[in-house]
Design a protein around this ligand. Structure first.
Ligand code: G6P
Length: 608
């Protein structure tokens, strides 16, 4: 989604803007731009559709400047084009915006009647011209004009603003879209995402809903409802190395390689005497004895992690669990109340639909718990309790290590729920926790070490345009994630099917040569899976089987077999998903795709 960076200090601001925008590229964007004061104090703008390099070319040689704002845009209102790119504004001001102004059409009509004209199709230009109206026509101060303008908007925004007559100030405002102020030595930043400024500083203030900030070289003053607010200075715990590729060809493969360590780090502080331990998270697990149902609500890969948890919560803790797509949950009048726990899973903690679902769950009186990777993000702050995954920054749009740490943590949580509900004895719980902490990271590392074997499979499927992932039970849930990963980055169309359901219609699409990737990590379902594989083979499919280490596979069951490392069936999903991620990665690489920045996708989806 869109990204914001701003710099004011002694250094060249345009250099900082370009570096910040480069660090924000991972969020997904289709145009970029910047506004800055030149060395004669003139307010200048540059914008260009396409990759950042296009805007950068227009900024070369670097203009002399010590104050500026930059933006990467992910098109919502109006196609990606130079004109629709941010910044927007007038002679008197420039503005960059993340979020959506929902009532822009009515305001646009009002401003047109007042003589304003519009060049772009964007909602942002309307906000910029409304601000111009209050500043230039109604002669309000900068602060008052921003207050008036934002009070008129319906929707979400993170804003960076420059006024032409104030070359020593950046204004910022937040409602519904994240924004931070980075604090350096004699310099300040504004950013939508800490990764944009990590190279320069780890210290920052987080803007809260409805706050407006005035940022100069020396000071950052934050206001809410016209009054100054004292903010707590926070320090980011992520290192810049974690947000850089460090010799890997892509962030995605780097992040897959980080999975074993990320799983250990996420689990480490939550295991005591061989048993789950959530007290240091401030989460009282006794709630599992009280509630009658868990609703997991999330989007994309995080939702697929929830599906794995649904299986484990059911089988270990005998706790009914529903997994719901956040954008559906929020509009379906969900039947939830005080006997329900709503569990929101989100890597970014900022996904608009997941955040709205959380707010709805709270409104309806359900207890809420969040599993989030980004510390201090909106979902983390608004849920009753939060369990942080400790995956470090995930930069690649296709989520990999976040899924692994989410599912590992959810498994530990399920063991705890089973203990609290008296469905598991201590020894059985300890055995599971030991395997999770000791064996799972090793097994994932073993899978990664066999990358070349997996690459050979990926290269076989890469020339196809359609394929199927099939599985039963947990393997069906894994299939969903394998299929999503492949679609996201290789653009191969694929579907995940419950293996037994294929024959009820979709098998009509299985023609000679169509690849079928069959997941067989659940021993009790193995024979059933073999029958389903045979059904597809009989129709000429090229079959690939991902099977657990100890399953006896008869010759000819599948055309290609990938054996998982030795691990219990309950935890096989972790090395298995790693194999699926590597298949997607190498298939995309074989097709020459832009793996870290797949078309049309955004890392953090902050609009509905
Ligand atoms: C976007 C990303 C996905 C991600 C989903 C949910 O669609 O491209 O990779 O799974 O959002 O994101 P979240 O940050 O809430 O986990």
């Amino acid at each position: 989604m869109c990204g914001i960076i701003g710099y004011i200090g002694k250094d060249n601001s345009v250099k900082h803007l370009i570096e910040g925008l480069r660090a924000l590229e991972y969020r997904g964007y289709d145009s970029a731009g910047a506004a800055f004061f030149d060395n004669e104090g003139r307010l200048c703008s540059v914008k260009a559709a396409g990759r950042l390099a296009n805007a950068e070319a227009k900024l070369t040689p670097l203009p002399d400047s010590t104050c500026g704002i930059g933006h990467t845009r992910w098109a919502t209102h109006g196609a990606p084009s130079d004109t629709n790119s941010h910044p927007h504004g007038t002679e008197s001001l420039r503005l960059v915006h993340n979020g959506i102004v929902e009532n822009y059409a009515a305001i646009k009509t009002e401003l047109s009647d007042l003589g304003y004209t519009f060049e772009s199709d964007t909602d942002t230009e309307v906000a910029a011209k409304l601000l111009d109206y209050y500043y230039m026509k109604e002669k309000l101060t900068a602060h008052a004009a921003i207050e008036r303008m934002t009070s008129r908007l319906v929707g979400s925004w993170a804003l960076g603003i420059l006024f032409a007559d104030a070359p020593d100030t950046i204004w910022a405002a937040r409602q519904g879209s994240p924004l931070i102020i980075g604090v350096g030595k004699d310099e300040h930043y504004i950013a939508s995402d800490i990764t944009a400024i990590l190279r320069y500083t780890k210290d920052y203030y987080q803007l809260d809903e409805g706050e407006i900030a005035k940022v100069t070289r020396e000071t950052a003053t934050v206001y809410k409802d016209g009054k100054e607010v004292i903010k707590e200075l926070k320090t980011a715990h992520w290192d810049i190395e974690a947000a850089e590729r460090g010799g890997y060809a892509h962030f995605m493969i780097k992040e897959i390689n980080e999975e074993p360590a990320a799983i250990r780090t996420t689990l480490h502080s939550r295991i005591k005497d061989g048993l789950p331990y959530f007290s240091s998270d401030g989460f009282d697990t006794k709630i599992f004895a009280r509630i009658s149902r868990v609703h997991i609500v999330a989007c994309g890969t995080a939702m697929h992690a929830g599906l794995i948890a649904k299986g484990v919560l059911g089988s270990l803790a005998k706790l009914p669990c529903e997994v719901e797509i956040a954008s559906e949950f929020r509009y379906n009048d969900p039947l939830i109340g005080e006997h329900d726990l709503v569990l929101i899973i989100s890597q970014s903690g900022e996904t608009a639909d997941s955040l709205a679902a959380l707010r709805l769950a709270k409104e309806k009186g359900a207890a809420t718990l969040a599993i989030v990777n980004v510390i201090g993000s909106s979902i983390a702050r608004e849920a009753d309790a939060v369990l942080y995954t400790m995956a470090g920054p995930e930069i690649a749009v296709a989520s990999t290590k976040a899924y692994s740490v989410q599912t590992a943590l959810l498994y530990l949580l399920s063991v705890e729920a089973a203990l609290v509900r008296g469905k598991l004895d201590l020894d059985a719980a300890k055995m599971r926790v030991t395997e999770l902490y000791e064996r799972v990271p090793e097994a994932v590392a073993e899978m990664i070490a066999r990358e070349n074997e997996i690459k050979a499979i990926a290269e076989k499927i890469a020339p196809n345009e359609d394929l199927f992932f099939i599985g039963r039970g947990a393997d069906y849930y894994l299939a969903a994630e394998g299929s999503l990963k492949l679609k996201e980055i290789s653009y191969i169309h694929s579907e995940a099917y419950a293996a037994g359901e294929l024959k009820h219609g979709t098998i009509s699409l299985v023609t000679p040569g169509v690849p079928i990737i069959a997941l067989c990590t659940v021993p009790r379902l193995y024979e059933k899976m073999v029958s389903n594989i045979r059904e597809t083979k009989a129709r000429g499919a090229e079959t690939f089987m991902i099977a657990s280490a100890d399953t006896g596979v008869a010759d000819g069951t599948a055309d290609h077999i990938l054996r998982l490392p030795a691990i219990s069936a309950e935890l096989a999903f972790l090395p298995a998903v790693c194999a699926l991620q590597l298949i997607a990665y190498h298939a995309a690489a074989a097709r020459g795709c832009d793996i870290d920045k797949p078309r049309n996708l955004a890392k953090s989806v902050t609009v509905e």
